[in-house]
Design a protein around this ligand. Structure first.
Ligand code: PAF
Length: 251
C-alpha cells in the first residue's frame, strides 16, 4: 500500500521504519512520462522509492506562472501506484517553510547564467527546497531529468559542497515523438502552439550556431530568452504565447 504523508514529521516517522536503500524523485506534480522514467529508474535501483509532490512557491519568479501551475493529484497518485512507489511526501507550505523563507541556499556563479539570468531568485528557491526535501527524505539516491540540466548541475554541486551523502542520478530527457521535451507546462499550450513547439528541439539540433538558432526561433514567432552554447551543450528558453519552454542538447 502506498503511504501519503502530508508533513515532514509524519514522513520522518515513516522513514525511520524503512530498511534498505532509498531512491527519491522530487517533483512538483502534474506527472508525465518524463517523471515516470525517473520513478522507474528509482524503482529498479532501490529497495524503497519515495516521490515528493510540492509546487514550491519560492522558485517561481512569476506569480501568474505559480497560480497556473497544473495540479493533477488523482492522476499523479495513479501513476505513483502503478509504478510501485512506496510513499509520497505531499507537504503544505507552512510546514515546508516554518522560517517563511528567511533561510536560503544560494549559489553565486553558475546560477546567474541561462535560466538564472531570466528568472531572478529561481535557483535559490530550487536549491533551498531540494535541501529541505533531502533532509526530510534522507535518500541514498535522487533522480533528476536532464531537461533541467542547469538545475541538475546546481543540485549536484550543492550535494558536493555540503558533503551530503546522496548520489544525484541524471536521467536523459524524455521526448514526444516529434521531439518536444516532455514538460508539465506542455499541457498549457494551445493546439496551434503545440504544433509549433517541436521547432525548439529541431532548431537547436540543426542550427550551426546559437545565434542562428535564436534568429530562426524569433522569426517563427517565439519570444527567445536565450540560446547559449556552454561546453558541449546548447541551452534554450523561449516563450510560446503564455508558456515558457526550456530544452538543451549535446552538441
Ligand atoms: O524540477 C522540479 O520539478 C523542481 O524544480 C524540483 C526539483 C522538484 C524542486 O521544486
Amino acid at each position: 500500500m502506498i503511504e501519503v504523508l502530508r508533513s515532514p514529521s509524519d514522513f520522518k516517522a515513516w522513514r525511520q521504519k524503512q530498511k534498505g536503500q532509498v531512491g527519491f524523485v522530487p517533483t512538483m506534480g502534474a506527472l508525465h512520462s518524463g517523471h515516470e522514467e525517473l520513478i522507474k529508474r528509482a524503482r529498479s535501483e532501490n529497495d524503497v522509492v519515495v516521490l515528493s509532490i510540492f509546487v514550491n512557491p519560492t522558485q517561481f519568479d512569476d506569480a501568474a506562472d505559480f497560480e497556473k501551475y497544473p495540479a493533477t493529484w488523482e492522476q499523479d497518485l495513479e501513476m505513483a501506484k502503478a509504478n510501485n512507489v512506496d510513499a509520497i511526501l505531499y507537504p503544505r507550505y507552512p510546514e515546508m517553510y516554518p522560517d517563511n523563507y528567511r533561510y536560503k541556499v544560494t549559489e553565486k556563479e553558475y546560477s546567474n547564467l541561462l535560466d538564472g539570468a531570466h528568472r531572478p531568485g529561481h535557483f535559490d528557491g530550487v536549491l533551498s527546497v531540494v535541501m529541505k526535501l533531502f533532509n526530510i527524505v534522507a535518500p541514498q539516491k535522487a533522480y533528476f531529468g536532464e531537461k533541467d540540466f542547469q538545475q541538475m548541475t546546481l543540485i549536484k554541486g550543492m550535494v558536493e559542497s555540503f558533503f551530503m551523502p546522496i548520489e544525484v542520478v541524471p536521467v536523459a530527457t524524455v521526448r514526444e515523438s516529434d521531439g518536444l521535451a516532455k514538460s508539465s507546462r506542455n499541457m498549457r499550450l494551445t493546439p496551434t502552439e503545440r504544433e509549433q513547439a517541436p521547432l525548439i528541439y529541431k532548431t537547436i539540433t540543426t542550427a550551426k550556431t546559437a545565434e542562428d538558432a535564436a534568429k530562426s526561433l524569433s522569426a517563427a514567432g517565439f519570444k527567445v530568452d536565450y540560446v547559449t552554447d556552454i561546453g558541449n551543450r546548447r541551452y534554450v528558453a523561449a516563450h510560446l504565447g503564455a508558456v515558457r519552454l526550456i530544452d538543451n542538447v549535446q552538441i
